[in-house]
Ligand binder design. Structure first.
Ligand SMILES: [Zn+2]
Length: 349
């Protein structure tokens, strides 16, 4: 039974609708590019590009040609029609920046909090679509066209690139909540920059990483091209020769790449090898002593190095910088004394 069908979606033209319940991690679709385009830096002029598209179209079946011409075209008469369709629907794929049009893949609509992820699988030489969470029958299956950005930037990028206004859940939040979410997104990005360049001790890095993970989870941004905190946390722990934590973060990162790209994706294989390697380092240096006797919360506190004296000093120094009006932040971050830890990157510079 087909997992989905193409149907009219109010205000969006066509969309991809789940025909039955699709569970997280299911490969919904895999497809080779129908039209392939030169790499961006080798792009010829518009006429040559249109001719290249026409040449590929001529060798396609009637059915595929019809499917191609039924795709959206936001360029109207400003471009030759085949080129307009290509410019509207092309997706980047491959490590060299190649682009292509996917007859089915191009039908997935955008949502800033999507339910699925497109990922190029160089091993299969196909674009795959995986369910990032369980999807109910009748629900539209969506992907994101853009990176994690604040609301204004998302709307401008979508308007400039695709000529539509997004009315997803994240883009239609009440203004005050939207502002809070934007502030959280900025903080997620700031922490990302900090973690990628820091030489601070591991406990400081992990407390920022914990904050980033919290911001991503509490805003449900997991699927919005948010940074994968676990990947960076694993790398940082490994650099500091903390192989126990590196291995646990690596297992969580492996879960994510498997969900997004499947077991046969080169990224998944690479991460599985890395995970095995960390496992062997762990046995060599520490023995298999991951503290599974902890309660779930105890394990998380230990894993992210919460409540450690070295970090507490830092908290006390700059706890005044943190807004105390933000209830959610208070709930997650209060320590036993009710003090707010500081997560201000500036204080570390
Ligand atoms: Zn949106």
């Amino acid at each position: 039974m087909a997992l989905f069908s193409i149907q009219r979606v109010p205000g969006k033209g066509n969309g991809v609708i789940a025909a039955s319940k699709i569970t997280k991690g299911t490969r919904i679709h895999a497809e080779s590019p129908f039209i392939t385009l030169p790499k961006l830096d080798e792009a010829p002029n518009a006429k040559a590009l249109n001719d290249a598209v026409l040449k590929q179209l001529r060798s396609a079946s009637r059915g595929d040609q019809r499917a191609f011409f039924s795709l959206g075209n936001i360029h109207g008469k400003t471009l030759p029609i085949p080129l307009g369709i290509v410019q509207t629907n092309a997706l980047a794929y491959g490590p060299g920046g190649e682009g292509g049009v996917f007859l089915m893949g191009s039908q997935f609509n955008h949502d800033c909090l999507p339910s699925a992820r497109t990922k190029w699988n160089d091993h299969l030489h196909k674009m795959t679509v995986y369910a990032l969470r369980d999807i109910e029958p009748g629900e539209e299956i969506t992907i994101t066209y853009i990176n994690l950005e604040t609301c204004d930037v998302r709307q401008k990028t979508l308007q400039d690139g695709f000529q539509f206004t997004c009315s997803c859940k994240a883009c239609t939040l009440p203004e005050d909540i939207c502002k809070e979410m934007d502030a959280d997104i900025m903080e997620i990005k700031t922490i990302e920059g900090f973690l990628k360049s820091t030489t601070e001790p591991l406990e400081v890095c992990l407390r920022f990483a914990y904050r980033q993970r919290y911001l991503i989870e509490s805003n449900a941004l997991d699927f919005a091209h948010a940074p994968d905190t676990y990947e960076l946390a694993s790398t940082l722990a490994a650099i500091h020769k903390d192989y126990i934590r590196a291995k646990i973060f690596s297992e969580r990162h492996l879960d994510i790449v498997t969900t997004e790209g499947g077991l046969d994706h080169p990224d998944t294989r690479k991460q599985r090898d890395m995970d095995d390697y960390l496992g062997s380092l762990l046995e060599q240096h520490h023995g298999p002593s991951v503290p599974y006797h902890f309660s779930v919360l105890g394990l998380e506190d230990w894993l992210w190095m919460q409540h450690l004296p070295e970090v507490k000093d830092l908290e006390e120094e700059s706890s005044e910088d943190v807004e105390s009006s933000d209830e959610a932040r208070e709930v997650w971050s209060e320590d036993e004394d009710g003090d707010m830890p500081a997560f201000d990157v500036e204080t570390l510079d």
